[in-house]
Design a binder for this molecule. Sequence first.
Ligand SMILES: [Cu+2]
Length: 403
Amino acid sequence: MTPTIIQAGTAAAARVDQTFLLIFGVSAAILVFITLLMVWFVFRYHHARHPQAADIRGNVWAEIAWTVIPTVLVMGMFWSGWTSFKALRSAPADAMRVKVTARMWSWVFEYENGRRASTLYVPVDRAVRLDMTSADVLHSFFVPAFRIKMDTVPGMETYAWFQAEREGSYDILCAEYCGLQHANMLSTVEVVSAEEFKRWSESGAGGDEEAVGLLETYGCMGCHSLDGSEEAGPTLMGIYGKERPIVDGGGTRTVVADEEYLRRAILEPDAELVAGYEGMPSYKEEMPAEDLEKIIRFLTGGAARDLDRGRSLMEAEGCLSCHSTDGSEIAGPTFKGIYGHKVVLEDGTEVVADEAYLAEAIRDPEKTMVKGYEPIMPPYSHLNDEDVKAMIDYMRSLPEGHD
Ligand SMILES: [Cu+2]
């Protein structure tokens, strides 16, 4: 196995690496020096060569050397450690601020203009300060490429900062075991150009014009509309999060159009054919990854998102890390078919999941404990009526028996 070293993505990360290499280098040199010295002593002072033990006392030069050299080395390591620690902890005052909320099992990033997302978009070459907290238990925000790792603590604010030097996508992990889906508490930092970031944060989508340009260039618009009208292919308006009927043997099955689905629809259209349509050409060979990402970002953002506000809210609030929309069980009951369904509560009573019940279940989950589940759902009392309604509307759009 070859060890992979993730290239440092910030100047501060490069200093952390420097400190690490310095301490490692000094330790390795001392190890080699002491080992060789010991071997030499064993050889040199073997009793065959050195039958008479000598009593040597006092050597000013040796004492100076073994005091000064270690002091210099230790101070050097301390200096390097201290300055790189300072670089990691001193966020510039003019840094862009993003609020980070960790919860089981997702990250929410909230920008100064109120925009929320579950992926951290930031402009390149701009300092970003993250003010972090947790909505439930301890988590730890970890970006290996930036060498930052900071606990998020309920009821307390912690911070971290970075200034990315290169555009690209960097992993975010949770580094504090936080329950069942801990390993899936993943996201990314998307470092984009200043212009692209501006467009993303203002329009709600990453580079709409550019993406529409791409849809035209690749000929997608010849078969797909963005305004709801049907052409040779289904409209792409509001496609994100929609349920799609996919041909399966003689019948159809339902797939929710998430990011992966959209990617597959473009790269391997034959694998999942939308019922009622002829096939579509594959773009696997001709579309570079960056164009694909721009199109996906467009299809999953902005206008498309507004049409499926309920779903995107639930994504941003982390509901979908505990609740599925396809009937499978995660940590909580699935949302599929939940609306109008009979629910058995912990005390044995039965209720029908109408709007009032669902709203209460979201805002005050302890009051409506469903039988057979752990009381791990955090209260969402901060959501306004409109947001709750949007979520419930989305649940209503997931009727049972559409597999
Ligand atoms: Cu976690």
